[in-house]
Design a protein around this ligand. Sequence first.
Ligand SMILES: NC(=O)c1ccc[n+]([C@@H]2O[C@H](COP(=O)([O-])OP(=O)(O)OC[C@H]3O[C@@H](n4cnc5c(N)ncnc54)[C@H](OP(=O)(O)O)[C@@H]3O)[C@@H](O)[C@H]2O)c1
Length: 330
Amino acid sequence: MRNKVYNWGILAPGRIARRFAGELQQLDNARIYAVGSSDLSRASAFADDFGAEHFYGSYEELVSDPKVEIIYIASPHAFHMDHALLCLNHKKPVLCEKAFSLNLSEVEKMLDCAKENNVFLMEAMFVPHQPSYRKAKQLIDSGELGKVKYIHSWFGFNKSPYDVSQRLFNPELGGGALLDIGLYPVFDALFFLGQPEQISANAEITETGVDQSITIRLDYQDGLSVSIFASFFATSGVGTDVFCEKGIVGLRRTSSVDQWLDIDCPGANVERLNWSPSGCGLKLEAMEAMRCLDEEFLESRVMPHSLSLLLMKTLDEIRKEAGIFYKGRD
Ligand SMILES: NC(=O)c1ccc[n+]([C@@H]2O[C@H](COP(=O)([O-])OP(=O)(O)OC[C@H]3O[C@@H](n4cnc5c(N)ncnc54)[C@H](OP(=O)(O)O)[C@@H]3O)[C@@H](O)[C@H]2O)c1
């Protein structure tokens, strides 16, 4: 039986929307049907580049198009809640970029709105859909390497010189290392270990109140802990090492399609698992969203609402510990 082909609407055609759209084009059951931008000429250029049939100069027009069947929200995270509510209240299923919003109460509003409207909503957190993460999770949960004793996780690149006009440094847009990249290592801790018992954090704050670097410690029962580092000023790359009793599971990536997993046990050569780019990437979250729509699920089992809630609750606590505040939205 031929798969249903979904008409995607792209809301806010910025950098990540272009990457996402490029990957959507690889899927047989997805059509880039329409795009909505705050600027008609940007919508038109995006439609030309990705073959969208319709382009709109406002998000309202996009969500009002009756043929749009699912919307990918790619605006800065300060606007995710408003844009998600706009889509959901128009009964449009939503895949919304990370960070899901700025704080827990906003995420709760989004999930309540999805429930009230009986509409699918998923956070576009690509990692749990990736083969490297699925393999690491299965390996760790199997107990083959014994208990997890410690996790070290980091995400950093160098964005100097400091420039508040960039989204990353702009508090009005939800800028800051924690919500932009630090949430990935935090997610890893929650994905492998669940909710921590104690949180401590220290951030290097710019004069606008945005964190440019952050270190975090999460403590669990029995002395188990996680150390996290995220920064816009350190060329650390992206990685997570899970130290187990019998070996180390090392996750690495340079992008959503370029990733590998090292399994390092004493007395054996390091086993390196690689995946073909065609089996990785942002398209996996789009595939999961469409699978959920096929099955009439209102949430994903891979990235469930409970995980989005736990992630944002943890991020809220980290921000409080580190003194990171978004004016009027804490
Ligand atoms: N999953 C990932 O790997 C990944 C990677 C990068 C970013 N992201 C997430 O994706 C979101 C967008 O990031 P991006 O790097 O694509 O940002 P971007 O290039 O700046 O694009 C954001 C788009 O949002 C729209 N927008 C609406 N109101 C805006 C405002 N007041 N200021 C600026 N833009 C506004 C703009 O589109 P129009 O004006 O044309 O509507 C703009 O093109 C962020 O939440 C980020 O965390 C995810």
